[in-house]
Design a protein. Sequence first.
Length: 475
Amino acid sequence: MELNSVKEPKDVDVLVVGAGPTGLALACDLARRGVRTLVVEQSDTLFPGSRGKGIQPRTMEVFDDLGVVDAVLSSGGRAPVGMIWQDGARQGQHDMFERPAPSEAEPYTEPWLLPQWRTQQILHARLTELGGSVAFGTALTGIRQDAHTVTARLSTGEVHASYAVAADGGRSTVRRALGIPMTGEDVDPAPMLVADVRIPALDRLSWHIFPGDGTGHLAVCPLPGTDDFQLIGQFNEGEPDTSPAGIRALVAARSHLAADEVTEVRWASDFRPRAAMAARFREGRVFLAGDAAHIHSPAGGQGLNTSVQDAYNLGWKLGQVLRHGAPDALLDTYEQERQPVAAQMLGLSTRIHRGEERRGAATMQLGLGYRGGPLASGGSGAGGALEAGDRAPDGPLPGGRRLFDLLRGPHFTLLAVGTDAELPPLDGQLVHVHRIDAYEPYGKGLFLVRPDGYVGWAGGDTAGLTEWLERVRSC
């Protein structure tokens, strides 16, 4: 894919630093809201490696809303079952994931494998469709702010923005410039290597696992939609050699494969698994998102997914403030909602890495929500099946449509489920109203679904609905 850098405007609503999955997802969400956004990326191209390859079910729902789920489905595939090897012989299968069947309420229930570089290509293409672009080869060299404006010094000049978002990774330049500390722990003292390789002699039906002899394990996973495998190696002794020769030697030492059976090394990197989180996710008019705010072990596939959902949470709030006159205090709820979730996912990733927990329902992120949070009010509908703060389930509708079809887009959705309750006058552009039959995952009642697919307000009647809406728009 050919990527052309663009000449950046001098004044924008939002400056996004970093064109990884977080920055691109945020830019897509802002673009469809008509928010003038500049994405700057220090590199000349999109990230070339497979690193974050597992798309969790909740992120698939986000991608559905952003208009990219079809491309994600056609480009990726199911995670294969693991195959344990010892002394060149297959020892049996080990499925690393629980795989519940999809349901009407949860159409995606297992991770979908897609190399990170392809995810970013898909999001970049969607951003282009929405009229957005990325300024590649543009580094941030300084940032300052006052009560009204963020001023960023770039390698190509200066830009002014109403808000800025650091989506520039675990070594975030923006976070360091703001002086926001990040604290955490080493998840594993052993360094690790990750690489994209081609091994035609190895079958692509299994996730190949070589436990090793104490020097560290080796795992080789086929990447759907490509001829590549992602290789991950642990080093209980020594340091990773990321050169092609080093990777070939590693494969020969830990598997039955010969070094020359690794026909190509396409990308490689090393890292030390850590779990760390920034002390705060907001500093004035600047926000931290994704790896700039929290760093995960890759075990369990939570890092990229938590990061994309940061963007999804922040995008609609920036849109409400910048386009609908919502008070700036709405943006405080980003940290209030996302920091506890990040902490929860960091703990999960660490436990999975250490073998203390299996990759199960928690990794899917469908059960995450904001009950008791600053934007969850009104309780529940009649019957209490669904409460404010919960994820809004999918479900069938007459004519072959689905509830997700009603929710898709940058608007709020008021669902009147199994009730004829009279509704107050509402802004039809901001809030789409639909009456549907009673549906078990919802029970009965009124449910105001936020643009990010969570119930903000719920009740058996309209008491408190207007007051909730006033918090997210101009009064």
